[in-house]
Design a protein. Structure first.
Lengths: 293, 367, 293, 367
């Protein structure tokens, strides 16, 4: 099963002829992902690593009606357009790798997608991977071992680090979802958690948060109301100074909003153990699994 | 980007939101300060214009009864430093006597994402502890509807007609200026109606919104050499007080590395996120930049390869060290993932120790 | 069963303290409709014909969580606001009686409602009636006899006329839906037809159209692709001059768009018999029922 | 409200959509016509400005080679009549020689409702028969996205860069001016690029959009006494050519009644929709208005009571007849529904025959 992507996922790459698009099409194919079509306006008819390219999503989907996910590599300026195009073509899952999409644009495009039943992961996401089955994104597949832990994260490389540490502790991953490092993203922690809750192949969930915004607090509020499978968290940025953007557009704490303390208080208050450091995380996961029986 | 208070005030005034009368005193205006303040009626509030939160507790918001007192306070503030910022502007306002201090803010957030509208009867410094705030999620496709305004009015105990233009103005400003946060605290209830006497705004730097040009220009003037150089390379750099430069690939990873350094008793002196897929040339530039910081005596490089190739990173580091020499600097490198072995070989060939785990590297640099 | 409204419908009246709101609250109650709450900003705490009034939909729904439909009587200027409020409160059915809502406003509010799974009937609708069970609207209930014919119409009084003629011919109505006389409305002919198709208590559908717009043509296009229960149509405005607004905001033909001929051609081409006059309609319905067996 | 062509052209030009050069000649400009046309380069197209469709076939679009010819044609058109409208304005344009005639329009419609974008390679008079048009539904919350523009460009065989500003301008105009239809036909492909050489626009009268004020004022100048009076009472009235006034309650019902009259061989002379819930006073006003029309010799009143009470209607009719006398006018009334019996009694007490079915009433008035 896993969540969002698996063996049945058939991927369309939007912006397939760009540098990133080409590179990751190759890497996804090599991982075993079924990349069946690409889109690049004005480049229809060509091929990238054997994948046929179309001028529009509508044309690609007409030729490849099996497409059920899209991954967006187009530049920030054109990324919203790509998402609307994918939604209008009826695609149910759209993974946006692009960084630098204006937050207000994201707000509108996510509302649009949700209203039409489409899930947007990202923007500024490393993608989604169900280890050994399907990777729709840019993460190094070899760091992810198959298993029964769900991972949901605002970060890219930190997710790889976490996956590697879980693997080293004998814990594999059912699916790892990078919801994206922006202030506004499509999929929320809670959305991903709900999917993991329904997934028979996931036993516990690792939430990798960071300072800035209120995503972790929102998750904690929802989790406190009706928790399901056990969750263990790690929050990056404990020692980051307030008011400074720590790399990600969403990683800034202002006043009392988005601080490390606020997030830890909310999560622990809701019953989510928070690891003091990355090293503690695998133990916490194991303990949670034991407690859940 | 956090806007300065007077910038936020200008935006509010553009949307017809009532604010108190004020003047702005820049570093070059010291001579004209008395004249400027004389155009206002006493008593005064003198406020340093800084981007950081918490200026009140730091004595950067003060009251004055006379022009001379206000000018003297303002001169004292100008050029002083707060949370790493130099005070370049001071705002002198007519002091407003509120009957009640309310709180209203709008920010992007929520799930599904929207504009979160917060309103509280307990404005002022106490808002964060007060609780009981009304939180409404405004959907971008619905916009700020009349019924939401009425709910806020009811919660705050003010007439809908008086709060409506303020909320509508804030909402339009939020979109027009690509603001991710716009906060009125306090929104003063006075005999003469509602007045926004203090305000905060944060704008989305990624928006490309031309209306922000003036604010961005002012912000960039404040940037030091470090941040200018970092921007040029597309790095995210944040100067810190300690002596350990932390260089990583990816924001979350670099933050986690910072935390690990602090946890082990080290004092981070620089946050530097290389971003994804850094080639040798960029890695070299990053290390040289870190080494140029006068406070930096140790460097921890933490790379989890994926898009980023560990061998490229290694090559960049070796070249930077060859160029800078870096006498007396302690360097620890952690390489993991794509081309890890090759990278480690390159580093060891240049006499640099490469670690497989973050913990080892931290011990090396902190210990 | 019927469609949209039945015995289980619990109604909220938005704009209950206005002249129309009061009158029709009384008439709906008299018909047997379960009107359980009303909304009028600033009038919360009062009662209209025994129905409690609240300041906001949120408050009304909190007190009356059983509410599952709203009927909007507020003036055109405030009607969109009322619809957004009802959608945001999670109501699944919103019947807008108000006339004169700007078409572009309707476009946006309908898109909003659809994206959140809410059905908007109208604006400028006479409402929905399932004879003998529930009436959410302003139609004279006594003209509608219970039965097995679905009626969907752009008109008010013309629908009553049609219902009366059906009754005189021994044909009752399962549900009659007035989709509204504006150019842009929430529910379309096709939407209503799909509901009738799923309704075990409907055997055939009468479509009452009129000149202007492309609603009938759109229905015909969809019906031609995959028809279900038999449909018989009547189109008003055969002799209306082009370019003139015939009462309804939507009832204007321009050039070749929205003409009587265009609609009849489309419907007949799709296999929908169109009555030459109102008198023919009941016979056509009976014939369609016989042919369907 | 259908806009006049020159009004639509002004809107298009405001949004930077290329149009041919033209001048407008009003009824008061007859003396200056030559001067106006001289500012253009021949040859010319002279077009009567009328709201109705089909002016081309009626000889109201003509070509002219010289200023004198253009002026002479324009003078001939001014003051003439087309489909019940007097020609008050004539537009003289520089004639554009198209390589191809394309068609682009946007209108509100579709299910779910949106903005329907139609594009066809076969513009000009033949577009309605041609078929093969591209139809895209633009969702109001998505807006006109780049991919839709590219699809239109591909369908029309023009570069996306050339059609993009036209489509974007049209889309903005549609929203800014509350247009329910905006049509460019033909959109001429010329050596110098795309030019919108003819256009139609329909605006939503219910929008309350202040940008339409000028257009509404011009439209209202054209209204006759009948329509002014009808507006005042909130009736919908449309003058027709025949002698039977058709008065009903509700737009659909009144149209159906009109059709029934025509079907029975009668010639409708007035469409008058009372709207819902008409009280005696309004019914009286409506009947008096109908009787005042010089062409009206018969009146058919068709009421299906619901909100409208049949007894109120009857009272209004009786009062109107008492006041007007209406010698030589044949009146038939059909009453059905709420308070039907009472209404019939009132009418019969005043010697007016009331029928229970539409068919009987039509036979009475037409036969």
């Amino acid at each position: 099963m896993a969540i969002l992507v698996d063996e049945r996922t058939r991927v369309l790459v939007q912006g397939i002829t760009g540098r990133q698009g080409q590179l990751h099409t190759e890497l996804m194919l090599r991982y075993g992902t079924k990349v069946v079509a690409g889109v690049a306006p004005g480049r229809g008819g060509s091929r990238v690593h054997g994948v046929p390219v179309y001028d529009s999503v509508a044309e690609a989907v007409e030729e490849h009606p099996e497409v059920n996910a899209s991954v967006v590599f187009v530049p920030a300026r054109f990324a919203p357009d790509a998402v609307y195009e994918a939604v209008d073509a009826g695609l149910p899952l759209i993974v946006v790798i692009t960084e630098g999409v204006p937050a207000h644009e994201t707000l509108k495009m996510v509302a649009y997608a949700r209203g039409r039943g489409a899930v947007v992961v990202g923007p500024n996401s490393p993608g989604v991977i169900s280890p050994g089955r399907c990777k729709v994104g840019i993460m190094p597949g070899e760091l992810f071992k198959p298993g029964r832990i769900g991972v949901v994260s605002r970060s890219g490389t930190l997710t790889y680090e976490v996956a590697a540490r879980l693997a080293a502790a004998g814990l594999g991953v059912s699916t790892a979802v990078g919801i994206g490092g922006d202030l506004v993203t499509g999929l929320s922690f809670w959305d991903a958690y709900q999917l993991f809750n329904l997934d028979e192949e996931t036993d516990a969930v690792v939430l990798v948060g960071e300072i800035g915004g209120t995503k972790e607090e929102e998750f904690a509020r929802m989790y406190a109301r009706g928790r399901g499978k056990p969750v263990v968290a790690y929050i990056a940025g404990r020692t980051a100074p307030p008011g400074r953007r720590m790399g990600h557009a969403g990683a800034v704490a202002f006043g009392a909003t988005g601080t490390y303390e606020s997030k830890v208080r909310a999560l622990e208050g809701a019953g989510v153990p928070v690891a003091g450091g990355l090293g503690e995380l695998p133990q916490l996961v194991k303990r949670a699994l034991e407690e859940a029986g | 980007m956090i806007l300065l208070e007077f910038e936020a005030k200008r935006i509010l005034e553009e949307y017809g939101i009532p604010c108190e009368k004020s003047v702005l005193i820049g570093e070059g205006d010291a001579d004209r300060a008395g004249e400027l303040v004389s155009s206002l009626r006493p008593p005064y509030v003198v406020k340093a214009q800084v981007r950081a939160w918490g200026r009140g507790r730091a004595g950067l918001v003060r009251f004055a009864g006379s022009v001379d007192e206000a000018v003297s306070i303002a001169r004292g503030m100008l050029g002083s430093s707060f949370a790493g910022e130099r005070v370049r502007y001071v705002m002198v306002s007519e002091r407003v006597r509120p009957l009640r201090e309310l709180y209203v803010s709008m920010m992007l957030g929520g799930s599904p994402p929207g504009v979160l509208l917060l309103a509280s009867e307990a404005g002022g410094a106490g808002v964060e502890e007060a609780g009981g705030a009304l939180v409404l999620r405004v959907d971008p496709h619905a916009g700020l509807r009349g019924y939401a305004v009425r709910r806020v009015a009811k919660h705050l105990g003010v007439p809908a007609e008086s709060i409506a233009p303020i909320l509508e103005g804030m909402y339009r400003a939020l979109w027009d200026y690509s603001l991710t946060l716009l906060e009125l605290n306090p929104l003063a209830e006075t005999e003469g109606g509602l007045v926004a006497v203090d305000r905060k705004a944060v704008a989305d730097e990624d928006s490309g919104n031309p209306r922000l040009a003036e604010f961005i220009a002012r912000y960039e003037e404040e940037l030091g050499e470090l941040q200018r150089e970092a921007r040029r390379w597309g790095f995210a750099a944040v100067p810190l007080e300690g002596d350990v430069a932390v260089v990583g690939n990816g924001a979350g990873l670099t933050m986690a590395t910072l935390d690990a350094v602090a946890e082990a008793g080290g004092r981070p002196g620089l946050f530097l996120d290389l971003g994804g897929g850094a080639a040798a040339e960029r890695v070299k530039a990053a290390l040289l930049l870190a080494l140029r910081q006068p406070n930096v005596r140790r460097v921890l490089v933490n790379i989890v390869g994926g898009i980023t190739r560990c061998d490229e990173v290694a090559r960049g580091l070796v070249e930077a060290l060859r160029e800078a020499g870096a006498p007396g600097v302690r360097l620890a490198v952690r390489l993991s993932g794509f081309m890890e072995e090759e990278g480690r070989r390159i580093l060891e060939g240049a006499g640099i120790r490469a670690f497989a785990t973050l913990e080892e590297a931290v011990r090396e640099v902190v210990g």
